[in-house]
Design a protein around this ligand. Structure first.
Ligand SMILES: [Ca+2]
Length: 256
């Protein structure tokens, strides 16, 4: 992935160089920008359970058939960049940190501005880059990186939690998940768990547009390969949290 990204970045740099050469006679605008037409890009995600909207009242099934209800489903997206049909990076949004949260009615985020053109896909990471991951949440003044509940306060060397799943699992087999059933925790944290992903958008930006690309997070298989009743406490880098990140990557997709 890093190698592919490097090639894409080099390709984008080459395009930028060509564009600069072609545009060398253009006067600079008063604010010092290039004067290239810009558009705004947003990403909006819907939490789903198959074809139906997911809410925290929904019941899902873990990898061993246990019925589960989540009390929390939250994860970070960062490092977003737009890629055109030629696999060139045509927009980068390094300051956009998205904290998706299934408890929220909407998960609609501004990525930022980019030059108009075609977006084949937006690529990003599930999780955070190492520098950001090991920054101090108290030093961030704006959401979401100032969210202490997404940080390992008692083990700060681990940094942020990339992906949080908490809830209860039906252990008495009555098919109902309630307060009598045991709690479980899956906290994915650790640099190695950062996971590349992307959604296809197939959209051509026009000047001044605010375009919202639509993605989904389908929780049907979010516990595939995981038995939360047998293994209810997972934090950091474990086989379960590693599997959970892979399940999350499979869950995040473009909306249909
Ligand atoms: Ca039960």
């Amino acid at each position: 992935m890093d190698h592919k990204f490097l090639l894409a970045a080099l390709a984008a740099a080459a395009v930028g160089f060509t564009a600069c050469k072609n545009d060398s006679d253009e006067p600079a605008t008063p604010d010092g920008t290039t004067g290239h037409p810009l558009a705004t890009v947003r990403l909006a995600f819907a939490f789903m359970l198959g074809e139906h909207p997911y809410t925290l009242d929904s019941t899902v099934v873990d990898g061993n058939g246990h019925r589960v209800k989540f009390s929390q489903v939250r994860f970070f997206i960062s490092g977003a960049h737009a890629i055109n049909d030629e696999e060139q990076v045509v927009g980068e949004f390094p300051d956009a940190y998205l904290l998706l949260d299934a408890s929220q009615a909407t998960n609609d985020f501004k990525l930022g501005e980019m030059e108009v053109g075609h977006i084949h896909e937006v690529a990003f990471d599930l999780g955070l880059d190492s520098v950001t991951n090991h920054s101090d949440p108290t030093q961030h003044i704006t959401p979401p990186l100032n969210d202490a509940t997404m940080h390992w306060s008692w083990n700060p060397g681990m940094g942020y939690k990339f992906f949080v799943l908490e809830g209860r699992v039906d252990d008495d087999g009555d098919g109902v998940v309630d307060s009598g059933d045991p709690a479980f925790t899956v906290h994915c944290a650790g640099d190695v768990l950062r996971t590349p992903d992307h959604i296809h958008l197939h959209h051509t930006l026009v000047e001044g547009e605010t375009f919202t690309g639509h993605g989904k997070v389908d929780l049907s298989g979010i516990l595939a390969g995981i038995d939360v009743l047998a293994d209810p406490d997972n934090m950091g880098v474990t086989p379960v949290t590693t599997q959970a990140m892979a399940d999350l990557a499979a869950a995040v997709d473009e909306a249909e």
